[in-house]
Structure formats: C-alpha cells, structure tokens
Design a protein around this ligand. Sequence first.
Ligand SMILES: C[S@@+](CC[C@H](N)C(=O)[O-])C[C@H]1O[C@@H](n2cnc3c(N)ncnc32)[C@H](O)[C@@H]1O
Length: 770
Amino acid sequence: MGKKFNKKKGNKRIRLDADTKVIKPSIRASDIVKENEKFEKFYKAQNLFSDSEYDEMLKYFRTFLPTSFRITGTRSQAEDLIMQIKRDYIPYIESVEIDGEKFKPPHEINWYPNGLGWSFEVPKVALKKSTHLNDFHKFLVTESQIGNISRQEAVSMIPPLLLDVHPNQSVLDMCAAPGSKTAQILELMHANVPEGVVPDGIRFPNIYIENNDKTGSELFRFDRILADVPCSGDGTIRKNPGIWQSWNYREPIHLHKIQEKLLKRAAYLLKVGGRLVYSTCSMNPIENEAIVANALNFFEGSLELVDVSNELPGLIRKPGLSSWKVFDMDGVERSSDEVVEISEDLDDDDDEESATPPQETSKSAKSSKNAENTPKTFRPYKSLFPPKNASELNLDRCIRIYPHLQNTGAFFVAVFEKKKEIECANNVKKALSKIHTIDSKSAIEKSDSSVVSENQVANSSVAHEEEIKIDTQDSENLPLPTGKPDCVPLKQTEYKPSDPRIDPSLNENPFVFLDPVKGSLKQIFDFYDFAPSLLEGGFLARFDHDQHRTVYFVSKSLKNLLESSRNKFRMVNTGVKILAKPASKLPGCEFRLVAEGVPLLLPFINSKFVIDMDYDDFKTFLELRNPRFNQLSDKVNKILQQTTKQTSIIVRFRPTSITSSNDVAEGLNGADSAENNSINSNIACSILKSPIVLPAWRANESISIHIDKNELRSIIVRVLGVSADIGKNNSVLVNNSKTSEKFTKVEESEENNNEVSNSENADVSEEKDS
Ligand SMILES: C[S@@+](CC[C@H](N)C(=O)[O-])C[C@H]1O[C@@H](n2cnc3c(N)ncnc32)[C@H](O)[C@@H]1O
C-alpha cells in the first residue's frame, strides 16, 4: 500500500542474559540489518527459483509481515463478527487518507474456507500506534482476549486445514504448545456440528491435554495427527527479524534428528487410513523433504504422500524438492558419497552420539555447553541427503510456501496417509522406543548470539521447549510396539496423584471425577434441575479434599476414555469450566454458572433459570448492567419476580427477531444522526444471527451481568452497533454517553440494595487454570 511509517531508531538497550549473567547490548527490531550471507548462500544453492524470483523472495523477506487472524467460535457467531468487521471497520479504514495515501483495508484470505481467515496489510507497529487504526486494534485485542479472534500467521493456518478433521475423530496434536493450531483443529472439528448439541458440540468438552514424557498416548491410535515439529523457523524471519542475525547451518542439522523421530512416532500412532500432517516453519530441506523421504523409505509403503493440489484452492504453492544440497556446520557442501553406514539412523541405541544430533568441530562448538560431550566431527547421516529413490517418492506433493507468493511467511507441509499397518521389524521397534529419549533442550542450544531484537521471541518455533517435559531416564520403560500395534502391551508407569506440596513437580492438583449421587455434584443437579442426560458426560474437579471451587465438564467419549485409562498419564487440563464456587458463600447452591459453560448447559437447565429478553430489555441490561426489575419491561419484570431469589440465571437474547423491516429502511436512510442512534443500534443488531447467552445473578430486586469486562465490551459493541460513529470520536468505544460512562467505570459501580455487585461478580475467584 506504500504508506510509510516512522520507526524510531537507535536506543540500544541492555539485556541481562539469564544463563551467562553477562550484560549484552540488544537492539531494536527496526535496527536489524536484514542480511545474512550464509542464509542467502544456502538458499541460493538450493536452486529454488530463477534468479529474479529469488530476489523477489528476499525482497519480501525484508518487508513487514501483514497482520493475520482467524475468526473462531461457532458458525453463526463467526458470521456476526465478520459482519461487524465489514459493517464497522472496513468502510472507515477505506476512507482514511494520509498524505494522499490510503490504507488497504483488512481482507479475507482467499484460500481460507468460509471467510474465517483475514489479513491486514499494515505493519504491526502501525496497527498499534496509528490513531486511525485505534478502534480496529482495540477490537482485535478485545476479541482476541475473549477468544473470538485468534491472531495467527496466515501460513500457520494451513496444516490444520489439510488435516481434514471431522467430528468424532480422535486427533493428536503432537507438538501443541503454544496451542494455536490445537484451537483451530477443535474449531474445524465442530464447524458442522449443530449448535446446542452436547456433549460433543460446543466449547470443546472433548479436549484433554497431557504433559508427560511417559506418555499415555501408547493407549490410543489416532485418525488424524498433526506433527508441527520444533524447527529452526527461518520461515518466520519477517515476524522474527532477529533470525537475520542468528541464522546458522548448525541448528537445522541439530533439529533433524528430533524431527525424524517425531514423524516416525506419529506414523506409528496413526490408524490405517488415517491422515498425518507434518509441518515446519522452516524452508530448509534438511528439516523438510529429508525427513519426509526418510520416513517414507523407513516404513516401506505403509506411508504415502497425499496429493493435496486440489485442496485449499486459491493457495499459491510450490512443489516439494526431490533434490537438495547438504552443508555442514561450517557451510561446506557435503556429498552423499560420504554417507556413513555406521548408524542406521535411529538404531544405534547405545551410541551416545545417536541420541545427540551431529555436531561440528568448528569454533561454534566451543560455545555449546555440551561441547565436551558432543561428537567432534560432522556425521553425514544418510537421512540428511536426498535418497537414491527420491524421484519415486512423490516429494513434489509436499507444499512449499514462500513469502512472495501471497505476502505471507514461509512454510512447509507434507500430508501423509497410512496405507497399511507398519511391520514391526526390530529396527522399527527400537527406533520408535527412542523417540522420548531426546533431550530437546540440548538439541536447540544455539550458537551464542550477541544481538537479539526487541520483539524477537528467541526463534518462536523453539521458544516453548520448557513446556514439554523430557524425561531421559525412563526411556527403557517405554512400551515397545511388538506384534500388531493395535495390541501393544501396555507397560505404563502409573501416575499417582499426589499433593503438590509433597511433589513439587506438580503445579496443580490432579483431576478427579465427581460423584453424581453425593456431594457438590448432587447439590448442583438438585438445585439447577439439569436434565439427567447431562450425566452422560463427566464432571471433574481438581482433587482438593472436597474443597474444589471449579467444576469442569467433559464429553461422554472423553469421559469413557479418561475413566478407562485412569492414572495412566498425567493430564494437565481438560474440558470446559461450567460452574464455580465464589469466595463468599452463596445461598441456595454454592456454585454459580460461568460464562464459558452457559452455551453448553443451556439445553439441559430447567427453563425457570432462563430469562428471554427482547432488544429493549437487553439493551437496558447491557447499559445498566444491574438493572432493578422495574427498569425492565413488565413482562420480564414479572418473570423475574417469579424466579428463585439469590441465584445464577441465564439471560438469552435472540437478535434476529427484533426489528421490523420499516426500522431497517428508515435507519439506513438516516444512518449517522445521533437521534437515529437507537434505530441504528437496532439495525446493527438485526444483522446479527447468533443468540447471546449470558450468566447473570438474580438478586432480590435486580439482576446483574456476570461476565468479564472484555466480553461485556465485545457484546456492547456488537449489539448496540455503537461503532457507527467510529471516526468522529476514536477514543470512545461506546458512543452512547450513558453507556460509555458506565462502561469505563465498570469496576467502580456501586452495589444496589446489598446485592452482588458487578465488581464482586467479576472477581469471583476461581482456581488457577494451568
Ligand atoms: C512449532 S512449535 C508448535 C507450535 C504449535 N503447533 C502451535 O501452532 O501453536 C513446536 C513445539 O514442539 C515442542 N517440542 C519440542 N520437542 C518436543 C518433543 N520431543 N515432543 C513434543 N513436543 C516437542 C516445542 O516445545 C514447541 O512448542
């Protein structure tokens, strides 16, 4: 779009390095010189394109990365949000002109299905700092905070789409942290499930997250597996410009072994007929085609690459490589003639070197902490080189994305199908059992870099290593796949729930199922009169000697799975939070409904706890947030009078039933005047499709909204259509003065008639989620 944005230069900062305790200067991202001789030499040598196309690619690598995001949530909710973007933000952004230049407004990513992927071609700094984009930035931040939008690099949205997930499939996200693709997978699984279908329908009661190197995964086989493996991440160089400084030959060779093991492990855990997606945000063939080719040959016909050229139409891509060049850590090209047959890759069990990726003899080795323990020579593993049969493996079916193709980051994806069961030859058994013996941390130690950019997440693809526990000591206890993988003998190490005070490795109490015939779950069912069919799902709490304050819900299938494999693995999180016990004791039922669980519980709760509001009542409710009954219509007032006092209730608003076509016509003609505000809001709302359901507190003479500030902010903007006035007053989110004043003072609002105040509602403390 050609708009120039000022970036401050200079201002070197001082950073204290955690490991070395040495004070190092660090520089701002904008000061980084976007050049790296090694990087340019390496990729030039790979003969990816013509010279001019290569230069074009480098040019894109040196420019800012557009902001991209995904609309999440149920289909009708997503449609509402898209409508909001089109109605409230695009027209305004289109109209802004600075020094004769215009902003290109956010646009749908053409290959993302159902218009749910978006891209905005302005630099991040402009989005944050420009007053003209203030409202849109706030909208993105608020909606991201409440989970309606997920900021994600466009290319990183590709692997979950190619996974081709369907409801009721079992899916493993092998390298999940930090979890953006997991969330996307869950959304895709639920995309076509009718709303209100529970337990598998809404808000993902079918997820569990485990953090255990003695993984429970041996218990299951999966229909779909995503192996979005740790990688050197040079495809993210636009987002992480520090990579211009730190790129080296060594890291991909290091990571190669881990990637190889993870892919093989994934292949083993896949069901026959299942789909496996392997992906990296690196362009390096050592981390990509080399790994793919090696797995195809290793499993001898059990795995095949899927031709996905007809999937994701509109996505411009280049084919995978069938030949590539291998360089050692010093940047010297090596030949496949040098391949040493000593290690059949993963097989050399007792060879310490095999568990540690190949290392170099060069100067940089000295900077590695493990320098004394690592091999002293580059080991030309067979798996690094193009295999002799490369042309027979359909490697061109892999997908390579480069920045100049559609103004994104770079990415690599390979889609496999498992054609037949893997023969468990001895080498396979040994290899698979070693996958958990990798010490990932040592593998990602990078050459010492004295320059780190301000916003660089230390190479984002590997920055989360700590989150995965790697236990090298227990590798011998891992079950080996013998015979048919479906009958793997389970030699699991039992996970014994223990008290975090005794076992400091636990950050949280373990989950336990609640008994429906006694204790808090019985009290909950008696009070809210939930339909018994809800009990098909499972209710869990963190074990805390009956003092638990949060109740989680899991789907029937996950309940069965968890019960059958109880104590076999360490689960760190699961299900949907549905009820919480506030610090202050409540009359009636000790547990109140929480926003996250309301859509799920709605079909099961006794209708006396559900209050339907029309537009005017709902507007008053949003504006006042704890209206007295007599401030609402007679109809709602009367219904509320008849409900139980001092209890959680659900307020439901169905937007489509509220506006007459006359209102719409009238409002559209006189769109912007302040007098027409109410009509405009009404119209804005009439465009919405998705019912809004909120938990509320029914006090003695009033009800109060029971959601957090950001969610309230989002609903106010959506329902009251307030952004019709964007541009006149950028700093005011809600143009209705009464509402905006209250809105900004949400925490200060006074309690009414000794009822639960808004702030108290918002503060009901809950157990810490991990
Ligand atoms: C590219 S990132 C994954 C990003 C993630 N899929 C997402 O989209 O949010 C790779 C992840 O693999 C994790 N990892 C490293 N070694 C691993 C191992 N041996 N097993 C499983 N995960 C590992 C890293 O911690 C890192 O978070």
